[in-house]
Design a protein around this ligand. Structure first.
Ligand SMILES: [Zn+2]
Length: 385
């Protein structure tokens, strides 16, 4: 028996255009052609979504936790399931649980958890993002300096051995701790290499892009800035069209004026896309969390270490979309693309980030005021407000 679903009455955004008066049809977890014969067979579930917006599900490539679970502290299959469920409440249909710099033992657990999650097909699990430990001490941010270290041959071989087994693979590295040859080997094995937490010069970034690096981690934060004589990583990120850049749009990590300048300056085909960099606090009333034995405090929409260093973000993806649309003044279509289409392109998830015939039926129903109504993954409702 096929799994069929029809949703009528919504304004549908497919990633490029709005469709009015069309019915979204889903068959076996995929989007069927628009305007096709409406499916009224007995086994089709029909839903009236009159007056709502139906948009591609959000894709978050940097999620450290959610629902009270921090991936570093719960690097197992149950932890991944809890994080995915927490973010589904805010419209995220695919995410990369992100491991912040930790011990080799925790890194091994995280890879094993990712392999399990991929095998089980946990809804919303897309793959892993390993943020560190091969970063720069000079731009450590909230990463524990005692755990930051160069990539050894043993590290590289372990990453290569597990490549392809845990879904999409993203690794943030600093040129200070990883060689171009190591980047080449990671990319050849299927990793997307993102540059971040680094003091690298604009020229050095160019060398690493030539080696295969294709992304920049949380643009502006924890990297060499753009100045008039040394364009730095920010200058490289904006001027090199091969690079896709994650951005934390929470009102604290980057000033809205700087975001506007970056958006106007960014050279394509790469894009700036939204990441939450969310921690375990999302979807909870927790007043903080512990990471690598250090306390992180939650106050006023921010998460900080005792010394005031920003430690991840206290924001969900739907709030990022609202911020981009309402605060930055971006057209809603572009804000939605920054939360779905562009991250899907950056990570190479060809069937996601759009609602076109054959796409995964990952979508969100929103009110016109951008309040969440329900979240769907593969044509299955995973959250209903
Ligand atoms: Zn970071």
């Amino acid at each position: 028996m096929t799994d069929r679903l029809t949703i009528a009455g919504a304004r549908i955004f497919d990633g490029s255009h709005w469709h009015q008066g069309q019915t979204l049809q889903v068959e076996n977890g995929r989007v069927a052609p628009f305007g096709g014969e409406e499916n009224s067979s007995d086994d089709a579930v029909a839903l009236d979504a009159g007056g709502l917006l139906l948009v591609p599900g959000f894709i978050d490539l940097q999620v450290n936790g959610g629902g009270g679970v921090q991936f570093n502290n719960s690097a197992d299959e149950a932890g991944i399931a809890a994080i995915c469920a927490a973010h589904a409440r805010f419209g995220t249909t695919a995410l990369l649980p992100t491991l912040i710099t930790d011990t080799p033992g925790i890194s091994t657990l995280a890879l094993a958890a990712g392999i399990q999650a991929a095998r089980r097909g946990i809804p919303g699990y897309l793959g892993l993002h390993l943020e560190g430990p091969h970063l720069s001490q000079a731009r450590k941010g909230t990463h524990d300096p005692a755990l930051i270290r160069p990539m050894t041959e043993i590290d590289l071989q372990r990453l290569l051995t597990d490549a392809g087994k845990f879904g999409k693979a993203l690794i943030t590295i600093a040129p200070e701790s990883v060689t171009p040859s190591q980047v080449e080997q990671l990319c050849a094995a299927g990793y997307r290499v993102s540059l971040g937490h680094s003091e690298a010069s604009c020229d050095t970034v160019g060398d690493y892009v030539a080696a295969g690096a294709s992304m920049i981690t949380h643009l502006f934060n924890a990297m060499s800035p753009l100045t008039h004589r040394e364009p730095g990583m920010v200058g490289a990120a904006l001027s090199n069209g091969a690079l896709n850049c994650g951005l934390i749009a929470d009102g604290f990590h980057v000033d809205p004026i700087a975001i506007g300048i970056a958006l106007r300056a960014k050279t394509g085909p790469g894009h700036i896309f939204l990441v939450t960099d969310a921690m375990s606090t999302i979807g909870t009333d927790d007043i903080g969390l512990e990471l690598n034995g250090r306390q992180i405090f939650r106050e006023g929409g921010r998460l900080t270490l005792a010394d005031g260093t920003l430690a991840g973000a206290d924001i969900d993806m739907l709030s990022c979309v609202r911020y981009a649309h309402e605060k930055l003044g971006l057209p809603l279509e572009e804000a939605l693309r920054m939360a779905s289409t562009y991250p899907a392109e950056a990570i190479g998830a060809a069937n996601k980030g759009r609602l076109e015939p054959g796409s995964d039926a990952d979508f969100v129903l929103l009110t016109p005021e951008l309040e969440i109504v329900s979240t769907w993954i593969g044509g299955q409702c995973v959250f209903n407000a």
